[in-house]
Design a protein around this ligand. Structure first.
Ligand code: SAH
Ligand code: SF4
Length: 345
């Protein structure tokens, strides 16, 4: 500790820092270029003079992301990483192979404050925000480790992205940099439990990313029981924000709906949901809820899923059932860290 994180310096500040060391301005661009590639030490910046590398290391630090554990699904090749950050925090990420490319689900926080009743991450509590560099670092490291390019990114790992707004925004602003990750906004999805004021802030940027909203219930009564955020912003406020967002960005909202047996999966729920979403530019993703140990929730039956899909579809709401990948490696986020901590403590 004590040393400043060099990856959080703006370009002008980095330039100032370089000048203060008595080095020429072009060194700042060289450092920035290395950081875009995701280096984890100043030693790796081989085009800088050795003395400068040492001086930098005395004053600054580069937050590292390292592989703590890696699991590969025998069923479908899905890769799950448990990453260790510089301060020992553990986060998760998942790499999924689709026909059109490789998609990666990354974490935005170590833990989460939101406390959703069905979520393993929520159960573990909140530790800290990740920086933009730590978000990009997960992707750069997986690319290096697996030798393939990540074409799509979903901010759907551990944490609530809109509760870490500034760092997530910095990540989004850099992600399409051709000299860095080079991933276009249309290949990014951001998932939120419904932090309404931040949805409006994000909307102002008119990014062409996909906004996923974890809805999981058609009314306040059910949602309030499983998602504490609903007490701050109820369904009406959330869906108004979604309609505004879709209208402003012309992008379809993707609603996530985890089907939990006996909680939110009745015919009446499907009908109510269809009524709420009528006329909105949107799509519903039904997910059979993953079991979380220590929690009473169970996934809905196949029949319930089919019936729910049928009702929504008949009422004109585009609906799909999400294919479950990596079922044998606890690919749902928060599950691996939970297990790892349980084993090691
Ligand atoms: N915090 C953000 C993004 C991370 S959670 C959010 O809540 O949207 C990623 C997704 O996994 C969310 O849609 C979340 O509701 C869902 N999820 C969490 N626990 C789950 C479980 N046990 N079964 C199915 N989906 C779950
Ligand atoms: Fe946090 Fe998302 Fe889990 Fe809710 S579902 S506790 S918002 S990570």
């Amino acid at each position: 500790m004590g040393k400043q994180d060099i990856t959080t310096l703006s370009q002008p500040k980095l330039l100032e820092a370089v000048k203060a060391m008595g080095a020429p301005a072009f060194r700042a661009s060289q450092i920035a270029q290395w950081l875009r590639r995701g280096v984890s030490s100043f030693e790796e910046m081989t085009n800088l003079p050795a003395g400068m590398r040492q001086a930098l290391a005395q004053q600054y630090r580069i937050p590292s992301v390292e592989i703590e554990r890696k699991l590969v699904s025998k069923l479908d090749g899905t890769v799950k990483y448990l990453f260790r950050l510089s301060d020992g925090e553990l986060i998760e990420a998942v790499l999924m192979q689709y026909q059109h490319g490789t998609s990666m689900c990354i974490s935005t926080q170590a833990g989460c404050k939101m406390g959703c009743a069905f979520c393993a991450t929520g159960m573990g509590g909140y530790r800290r925000n990740l920086t933009a560099y730590e978000m990009a670092g997960q992707i750069l490291l997986a690319q290096k480790d697996e030798g393939r390019r990540v074409s799509n990114v979903v901010l759907m790992g551990m944490g609530e992205p809109l509760d870490n707004y500034d760092h997530v925004l910095a990540f989004l602003q850099r992600v399409s940099d051709p000299q860095g990750l080079n991933i276009g906004m249309r290949h990014i999805s951001l998932s939120t439990c419904g932090v309404v004021d931040r949805i409006y802030e994000l909307m102002a940027h008119r990014f062409q990313l996909t906004l996923s909203v974890s809805l999981h219930a058609p009314n306040d009564e059910i949602r309030g029981k499983i998602m504490p955020i609903n007490k701050k912003w109820g369904i009406d406020a959330l869906l108004t924000a979604c309609r505004d967002y879709a209208a402003a960005t012309k992008r379809r909202i993707s609603f996530e709906y985890a089907m939990i047996s006996g909680v939110n999966d009745s015919d009446a729920c499907a009908k109510e949901l269809a009524g709420r979403l009528r006329g909105m530019l949107c799509h519903v993703n039904l997910i059979p809820a993953n079991d979380v140990s220590g929690r009473p929730f169970q996934k809905s039956s196949r029949e319930r899923l089919m019936r729910f899909t049928e009702i929504l579809t008949k009422k004109g709401i585009p609906t799909t059932v999400r294919r479950s990948l990596g079922a044998d490696i606890e690919a749902a986020c928060g599950q691996l860290r939970g297990k790892h901590t349980a084993v090691s403590s």
